[in-house]
Ligand binder design. Structure first.
Ligand SMILES: [Zn+2]
Length: 677
C-alpha cells in the first residue's frame, strides 16, 4: 500500500524548497501555545496552518505537494531540455518530447476539434446487439486498477484488470479482475441519502448532459438521465471500499468457463475476445457479487443506454486531450465541485503528470542521474537497515506471539527486498508509438500499458520490479513481492536531509520507512508469507490477539470527526493506522540504535526525542478544502493528516518525552494504548 502523496504533508518542505537554510524540524511552524498532550497536530503545525493558504489550483496542500512541485519542476526542466535535442526517432528521448509537446500544443488540439473522437464514437454507434456490446466492453478493458500496491480500486470502465503475482501462485503473474463502471469516485456518491450527495448527483447528471451536448449528441438530457440511472444501479452492486480491502473476500478463482454460470448476462466469451484475453484460462475475481450484478445489468438494461454510457465514458476519460470546452466542463464537475478546487493546475503540470504516467521509467532514468547522488542512496539504505533491525528485535520480544509465527515473521524480514531510489532494470517502451497527435498518444499509451500487462500473464515474477517511478514523492509496500520501494523523490528534505540531525530524519522519513515495513505484517501483510503467497502463517491465538488489538485501534479512529456529520472509518483506514503505530515504534528504536550511546544534539531547545516526534507530527501538517477532505474520508484508506499525527498517543515514550498527563485530550491510560508490534 502506498503512503499516498495526495493526503499528507508538511510545510517544512516549502521552506526547504524556497532555499531557506534550515535543517531538521521547522520550529517556526509549531504553535507553542498548544499543549502537545491536547492537540499534537496543532502543536507541531499550528503556525503553519494559520499562515498557509491553499493555492486556487489545489484541493489540499502539505509537504507532499511541495515536494511534488519540486519534482515536477525538475522533471519539466529535463523534458524541456530533451525537447530541444534532435533525438533519434523511436528513442525514449523522442517519445518524451513528442508526448509532452503534443499535449502542450493546445492550438492543434483545438483545431482538430472532435475529429479524434469520431471513429471511436462511430464504432459505438454501430453496435447492433448485446453480443457486439460485450465485445466493445471487452475492448475498453485496461490495466488501470491495483488492489495492493498503489491501492487504486476505481475504474470507470465496466471492469478493471490488475496483473500481479498470484494469491495462490506468487511465482507467476496472474490476472485479477475488479468491479468498475462508475465515473464518480465511489458508490456512496450514488447511494448516500444526504442533501449534499443528492445535490452532487443532480449536478453530475447536468455534467453528463453537458458533455454529450459538447460532443454533438441530440436529446442529451434524456440520455444523461438514463446513464446516471444505470450508474446508480451499478453502484448498488458494488462492494464498499472497506469490503474490497479485505483480501480474504477477494481470493476467488474463476475459470473462464465459470463466468457464464456465476455471472450470467454479459456474453463473456465475446467480452474476453474483445479484451484479447480469450486464451487466459482463469482469473481472480475480486468482488464476485459485483460481477454477477453488473453482468445482469448488461442483460437487463436497454442496448441504447449502454451505448450512451460507453460514449459518455469515452468523452469524459479523454477530455484532457480534447478541446478546451470539454476539458473545462469536466474540471468544473470533478475539480471544482467534488474537490472544491477553484482553478485547474497549469497545463504544463498536467503535461508532466501525463509523461510520468505513460513514460515514467524513461523520465526516471534521467531524473536519478541528475538528482539522486550515490551518497544519498547509501545513507537511506543505512536507515532502512537500522529500522529493519529494530523491527526484528520488536518481533523477537513480543510476549504474545508463538515462536513458529515469529520465525515466519523473521523469514519475511530476511527475504524483504528494499528498493531505494530507483529500480535495477528499466521498462522497455519500444512498442509504444508516440506522434504529434495528443489524443492518439494517450489512447495508444493506455493500450500499450494494457498489452504489456497482458503479455506478462503466466510469466515468472520479478520480485525486484518497481511499482513507482523514481520521481514520485511517495513510498510503497508490495505484499505479493515482499518488497518495498522508496523512490528518489521522497528521499529529500524535509523527509530526508543529509544535513539534518538524525532525530528529524528518523521522525520524518524513518517513520515512513517503518510504516512501509509494517505493512509486511498488518491486516494484509499477515495474510502473505515470506514468498508472497496467501498463506495464514499465524497461529489461531496470535491472530486472535492481533485482531483484538487492531479492533481497538479501529474503534479509536472511529471516534475522530473531521466534521460534525462525518467520522473517520476505523475499518477502512485500519491497515494504514496500524502501519503508523508500528512505523513510529520501529523508527524510534532505529533512531536510538543509530545514536550508539551518544547524546543527540539539542535543536532550538528541543531534545533529540522531542525532535523525533515533532518531525513525525510535521509529516502530516496539511490543509484541505472541505469537499476534498470529505471525499478523502469516503474514498481513502488513509485517515486525514490531523488524526495520523495523533497516532503518537499510542506510544509510551511520547508521554514521557512531552510530560503528557491524564486529563489532557489525547491522553490514553496505558491499558488503552494500542500496541501491536
Ligand atoms: Zn501505507
Amino acid at each position: 500500500m502506498t503512503d499516498q502523496a495526495r493526503l499528507s504533508g508538511i510545510f517544512l518542505a516549502l521552506a526547504a524548497v524556497c532555499g531557506a537554510q534550515t535543517h531538521g524540524i521547522a520550529v517556526a511552524n509549531m504553535d507553542p501555545a498548544v499543549a502537545p498532550g491536547d492537540d499534537f497536530y496543532g502543536y507541531a503545525n499550528g503556525r503553519w496552518i494559520e499562515r498557509t493558504q491553499i493555492p486556487p489550483d489545489r484541493g489540499r496542500i502539505g509537504v507532499f505537494t511541495a515536494l511534488d512541485d519540486l519534482s515536477n519542476k525538475r522533471t519539466v526542466g529535463l523534458i524541456e531540455e530533451l525537447a530541444k535535442i534532435k533525438a533519434v526517432a523511436g528513442s525514449d528521448v523522442a517519445r518524451i518530447a513528442w508526448l509532452y509537446n503534443s499535449y502542450m500544443d493546445e492550438p492543434a488540439i483545438e483545431a482538430k476539434g472532435l475529429a479524434p473522437l469520431r471513429p471511436h464514437l462511430e464504432s459505438i454507434a454501430a453496435i447492433r446487439d448485446k453480443r457486439e456490446l460485450a465485445r466493445a466492453l471487452g475492448e475498453s478493458l485496461r490495466a488501470d486498477v491495483d488492489a495492493l500496491n498503489n491501492t487504486n480500486f476505481h475504474t470507470a470502465n465496466l471492469f478493471g484488470l490488475w496483473v500481479a503475482p498470484g494469491f495462490n501462485d506468487s511465482e507467476h503473474y496472474t490476472a485479477y479482475l475488479m468491479q468498475g463502471g462508475l465515473q464518480m469516485p465511489d458508490r456512496e456518491y450514488y447511494l448516500d441519502d444526504s442533501d449534499r450527495m443528492r445535490d452532487i448527483r443532480a449536478r453530475y447528471q447536468a455534467h453528463v448532459s453537458a458533455m454529450l451536448k459538447l460532443a454533438g449528441f441530440t436529446d442529451a438530457d434524456a440520455r444523461a438521465a438514463r446513464i446516471v440511472e444505470l450508474e446508480r444501479a451499478i453502484a448498488e452492486k458494488h462492494l464498499s471500499l472497506a469490503e474490497s480491502e479485505d483480501i480474504h473476500k477477494a481470493n476467488n478463482t474463476w475459470k473462464q468457463a465459470d463466468f457464464a454460470a456465476k455471472a450470467p448476462g454479459l456474453d463473456w466469451a465475446e467480452y474476453f475476445r474483445g479484451a484479447g484475453l480469450d486464451k487466459q484460462a482463469s482469473f481472480i475475481v475480486w468482488q464476485p457479487s459485483a460481477f454477477a450484478g453488473e453482468s445482469a445489468l448488461v442483460a437487463s438494461t436497454p442496448l441504447d443506454t449502454w451505448k450512451d454510457w460507453l460514449a459518455f465514458h469515452l468523452i469524459d476519460a479523454y477530455a484532457g486531450v480534447l478541446p478546451k470546452a470539454l476539458n473545462d466542463e469536466r474540471f468544473a464537475f470533478f475539480g471544482k465541485l467534488l474537490q472544491g478546487t477553484p482553478e485547474q493546475r497549469p497545463r504544463w503540470q498536467r503535461g508532466v503528470a501525463l509523461v510520468n504516467a505513460l513514460l515514467g521509467d524513461a523520465v526516471g532514468q534521467i531524473y536519478v542521474q541528475r538528482y539522486f547522488p550515490p551518497a544519498a542512496k547509501a545513507e537511506a539504505q543505512a536507515m532502512v537497515a537500522n529500522i529493519i533491525a529494530a523491527f526484528r528485535k520488536r518481533v523477537e520480544a513480543l510476549a504474545w506471539m508463538d515462536p513458529a509465527t515469529k520465525a515466519e515473521a523473521q523469514a519475511k524480514l530476511n527475504t524483504l527486498y528494499v528498493g531505494v531510489g530507483y529500480p535495477e532494470t528499466w521498462r522497455d517502451y519500444s512498442a509504444y508509438e508516440v506522434t504529434d497527435d495528443a489524443f492518439g498518444n494517450v489512447w495508444r499509451g493506455g493500450l500499450f500499458d494494457f498489452h504489456q500487462a497482458v503479455a506478462r500473464l503466466g510469466s515468472a515474477v520479478d520480485r525486484k520490479e518497481w511499482s513507482m517511478t523514481p520521481q514520485t514523492v511517495n513510498a510503497v509496500n508490495l505484499p505479493l513481492q515482499n518488497a518495498l520501494n522508496f523512490p528518489a523523490a521522497i528521499l529529500q528534505p524535509p523527509f530526508f536531509d543529509a544535513e539534518a540531525p538524525a532525530a528529524a530524519n528518523y521522525g520524518a522519513i524513518g517513520t515512513v520507512i517503518g510504516h512501509e515495513i509494517s505493512h509486511t505484517f498488518d491486516t494484509e501483510g499477515s495474510a502473505f508469507d515470506s514468498k508472497g503467497r496467501v498463506r495464514n502463517w499465524w497461529t489461531a491465538a496470535d491472530l486472535e490477539h492481533f485482531n483484538a488489538a487492531t479492533a481497538r485501534l479501529a474503534a479509536q479512529y472511529d471516534t475522530y470527526k473531521p466534521f460534525p456529520d462525518i467520522s473517520v472509518n476505523g475499518r477502512q483506514t485500519l491497515a494504514e493506522n496500524i502501519a503508523d503505530v508500528a512505523g513510529i515504534a520501529a523508527a524510534f528504536d532505529g533512531y536510538h540504535a543509530s545514536l550508539a550511546g551518544r547524546t543527540a544534539p539539542v535543536q532550538d531547545g528541543f531534545s533529540g526525542d522531542q525532535q523525533f516526534f515533532i518531525a513525525f507530527g510535521q509529516n502530516w501538517g496539511s490543509k484541505a478544502r472541505e469537499a476534498a477532505l470529505r471525499q478523502q474520508v469516503l474514498t481513502d484508506p488513509h485517515a486525514p493528516g490531523r488524526f495520523r499525527a495523533y497516532t503518537v498517543r499510542n506510544i509510551d515514550a511520547w508521554y514521557t518525552v512531552f510530560k503528557v498527563q491524564s486529563g489532557e485530550k489525547l491522553y490514553l491510560a496505558p491499558a488503552d494504548r494500542v500496541r501491536i508490534w
